[in-house]
Design a binder for this molecule. Sequence first.
Ligand code: URA
Length: 435
Amino acid sequence: MRVVDIIIKKKQGGILTKEEIHFIIDGYVKGIIPDYQVSALLMAICFNGLNNEEQTNLTMEMLNSGEKIDLSTIDGICVDKHSTGGVGDKTTLVVAPVVAACGLKIAKMSGRGLGHTGGTLDKLESIPGFTISVEPEKFFKQVREIGIAVVGQTANITPADKKLYALRDVTGTVESVGLIASSIMSKKLASGAHSILLDVKVGDGAFMKNINDARILAKAMVSIGEACGRKTVAMLTDMDQPLGEAVGNSLEVIEAIETLKGRGTPDFQKLCHEISAEMLLMTGTANDKEEAMQLVEEKIQNGEALEKFRQMISYQHGNPEVINNYDLFGKANKVIEVRSDKDGYVDKIKTLQVGNVAMLLGAGRATKDEKIDPVVGLEIKVKVGSKVSKNDLLAKIYSNGKNEEEAIRKLKDAFIVSDEFVEEQNIILDIITKA
Ligand code: URA
């Protein structure tokens, strides 16, 4: 086999065989095939796509390039949840304790934030003392004992994806449905869960800017999951405005705790309840949607979901007192209010820009090594469709001084208020259960 023939085949719209995909991935990981040839192939894939079989074969090759987490020693159904990333997306912090309180096992490896999207690990690390580095044996023990652990990657999983993703990042080849689907699914499959819930974000603050592209990606991932014998469901959810109120690490953890106490903002609470219910349904923990929703609400009302979160904090060496005393998170030096300069209806909140403002303040990182300030961020006080009067509060900025003037200016500019009535947006756009 010659690499150049495989590149030409894909350039001409051909379908790559399992053997050809193996040859490329194996050779690339071993350093035999150079970056420039793989770049050319990735670009050909961007233009001509991958069919379902190619996507599954590519996923399997990346999955088999590294270690796989074996969850077979854990009794019960192991579930995983993955979000394609958004602004203010702290859903895992609520959904994981809720489904654990319902008896499912969450052995989750999460990621850090990069760019305008926040990462679950950074949020959890804003809890004083909390560690995301847990030895494999302790990780399994924790899941066996309390049913929930959210940690950083403990094993060398999918090294092929790591190498390919880094190359895609610098060769303009990230945006290909087949490449994104196999990249995400190889990592999810390697994490070992029996059932996988994918939250595919759609809109200005997401990877997928429109629902058609999001649906194609969701179907591709469900197809790969099913082909690999895992129950996989994808939900398409709105990211055309920040999720809930808080954007920024400790602020988001506080909002998640409030939601676990039954006091969440309506859009975020709805999303958390719907995702949790879907996870109960797909695992057969509930027989129908109504029963699933009731179970979720019960576990929040009776405090069992919050108790799971408290247990996870304790096991991972955080201070569980934060649940009752938010001052323990620490505070930003300054709170700056952004107010509406006219009467009307909120027509648009530029979500990507809001995410970038949080990053400017220090809540996120533009490069892997940048340090995060856990207490800075934003509270967005209105939603698309909200009626506002001149001088009404639109948002609060929690600042420690970094890029403050620019942040204020850009946040003001992120709100478009119109004279016309604007409909509120739905948070759940679609649920994909079949490829
Ligand atoms: N997230 C991933 O893990 N991989 C992609 O290719 C895109 C987003």
